[in-house]
Design a binder for this molecule. Structure first.
Ligand SMILES: Nc1nc2c(ncn2[C@@H]2O[C@H](COP(=O)(O)OP(=O)(O)OP(=O)(O)O)[C@@H](O)[C@H]2O)c(=O)[nH]1
Ligand SMILES: [Mg+2]
Length: 253
């Protein structure tokens, strides 16, 4: 029997350097959300890639950053945990992201142009432990589809809102009902921390939340391959980024 390999490969690095973009490029699928603003990723995102006889288990992580809010502490704890538990991690975490211990060996990659990805994957596979596959052959991630939908809604909001506000936003999917021949019906809360933020997210005459809804619906339809009816509600929840329990409920753990 052919020798199979499988292992966890961490994507580690400072905020906003392109870790999630690289994950998506390597998977050939938009799994992790991306934005031009730092602190986009808020949890460990597993992306499963079969390659020949190997199974690469990528772990996208939040960028390590300073800050003492419960959210920052919890994000850094995720980075520590993944660093400790993975089979391969960057030899040196600097400005660039290198998801493998490639001592002295540097591989130029571009997530945007899709350059260098094959060489990187070959290099990773060669370093994975001998192991049977750890997940099903069709699995893409361990996250439920409603979490991925919540993330796509947050991505749309991050893209359409100015500088500071995105960090105050969280999304919770309330209902997810597959409709058979009818559109999948999704209702979600878009949480902010203050009333003033709610006004900005709703926008004049509800224009901003309408734009967020349209963009998010298109991304979700592309993900699940079905028509979607999306309803968004903007709510003030001053506690979400201060409470560990609340963050767990939101899937940021
Ligand atoms: N030109 C170029 N831009 C890139 C590339 N990869 C990512 N970017 C851009 O860099 C920005 C950050 O990308 P993300 O993938 O969200 O970065 P991240 O490291 O996951 O960020 P955090 O989750 O906030 O730590 C986005 O605007 C991307 O479009 C690349 O290969 N080339
Ligand atoms: Mg990210």
């Amino acid at each position: 029997m052919a020798e199979t390999r499988a292992g966890f490969v961490a994507l580690l690095g400072p905020p906003n350097v392109g870790k999630s973009s690289l994950l998506n490029a390597l998977l050939g699928q938009r799994l992790a959300i991306v934005s031009a603003k730092p602190q986009t990723t808020r949890s460990r995102i597993l992306g499963i890639l079969p390659r020949g006889d190997a199974q690469i288990l990528f772990l996208d992580t939040p960028g390590r950053h300073r800050g003492t809010k419960a959210l920052n502490t919890s994000l850094n704890a995720i980075v520590d945990e993944v660093t400790r538990d993975c089979d391969l991690a960057p030899a040196e975490v600097g400005e660039s992201v290198m998801p493998a211990a490639l001592a002295e060996e540097a591989l130029p990659v571009s997530a945007r142009k899709g350059k260098g990805l094959d060489a990187l994957l070959d290099s990773i596979v060669a370093r994975l432990p001998i192991s049977p596959p750890l997940y099903g052959s069709d699995d893409l991630t361990d996250r439920p589809v409603r979490f991925l939908c919540a993330e796509l809604i947050r991505e749309a909001a991050m893209g359409l809102l100015a500088e500071e506000l995105p960090h105050s936003i969280a999304v919770q999917v309330l209902t997810y009902e597959e409709g058979g021949s009818r559109p999948t019906r999704i209702r979600a809360d878009l949480l902010v921390e203050r009333d003033s933020q709610k006004r900005i997210v709703v926008g004049q005459g509800g224009q901003k939340i309408k734009q967020i809804g349209i963009r998010a619906r298109q991304s979700i339809e592309a993900l699940i391959g079905a028509k979607v009816h999306l309803e968004l509600f903007v709510k003030v929840d001053p506690q979400w980024s201060k409470s560990a329990r609340r963050m767990l409920e939101l899937g940021y753990h």
